[in-house]
Design a protein around this ligand. Sequence first.
Ligand SMILES: *Cc1c(COP(=O)(O)O)cnc(C)c1O
Length: 414
Amino acid sequence: MDTGLYPLGSCTMKYNPKTNERQAGLSGFSNSHPLLPESLCQGALRLMADLERFLAEITGMDAVSLQPAAGAHGELAGMLVIHAWFKQKGDSRSKIIIPDTAHGTNPASAALCGYSPVPVSSSAEGILSPEAIAAVMDEETAGIMVTNPNTLGLFENHLKAISEIVHAKGGLVYADGANMNAVMGIADMGRIGVDVLHLNLHKTFSTPHGGGGPGAGPVCVKKHLEPFLPVPRIVQKDTGQYALSEDFPESIGKLLTFHGHFGVLVRAYSYILSMGAEGLKKASQLAVLNANYLKEQLKDTFHLAYDRPCMHECVFSDRYQQAYNVTTLDIAKRLMDYGYHPPTIYFPLVVHGALMMEPTETESKEDLDQYIDALKKIAEEAKETPDVLRAAPTRCKVRRLDETAAARKPCLAG
Ligand SMILES: *Cc1c(COP(=O)(O)O)cnc(C)c1O
């Protein structure tokens, strides 16, 4: 990430300022033991309490738990909260609406809480229509789990109307906010009608990621769901001292032995303070600008799945290259020869042969132009010398690998 564009859609691989690393490395933070008595870790507790407040403000929610260790873990926490809320009311609902543009972890998290997913197709615009939700929402359904912006990089414009439909039937709205990069300081998810939302601090709030962690997936809720958040919660006593409290009888309990990945929390805190409210908003605006620039520059070269203004990412397909028998995989592999990490491919599933690109706000116009240029050259090669693409990569240390065999039968010796 420090040396160039890494356009892995949905993953928000952006430059992470080194100052955030330095703060996380301060010995008072990095050497503090999770079993320290409260009197010796007031600073750490205050940082966590402040971060909860900042995240509530950024998302428009009321209360936050920093405990979940990753995005999918945050989803699980959020769905457990929803489950606990219904259970307390003696209402045992069995289904949850999940659109076809949801992130793949969404149905899995819902299923872990015993909900069966009710799939809903997006409209021709690539977003949900209130009519489609009204047709399936009933009193057996706990609500909807919607990724917003969705995995096509589109904002769910009708989410407020959809929330009203879901609420009218007694349901709740879960928003997957792993990709907040386009909407920080812009969209107030609480006012849109969202009851629960998780964030991916490692994507949006400056923790280098990939390769398996660590991450953080704070779960944010509206007031009525606060009693169910995981314990321990950070509380402030009358004396002003911070403490950890397990005294929340309706809580879903503990999700981790301790308090989440603290170093990731420090990075997010440092990032938010160093950016400031205006800086965060600007970052989102630039992320959206960059993605739309990429979209406009490349839409004659690669088939654009949905030709509408996008958020932080845009999704192309290999449709124009099919005539030359060149696939998305070939294009991605050839990009490696040009020195780029490939974009996310074959996801989202609603786009056949998807190439999902997320340039992020931290790339300059010059860098974007170079990347666009490489992709245009590759499209030319697809026409003129398609074998070059099918043989790619040829300039990397290894050639095209059998990724399935590598995952299923890894050769770990030698
Ligand atoms: C990355 C992502 C997740 C999962 O996050 P992890 O930290 O990998 O568990 C969930 N939803 C969306 C939309 C994502 O982009």
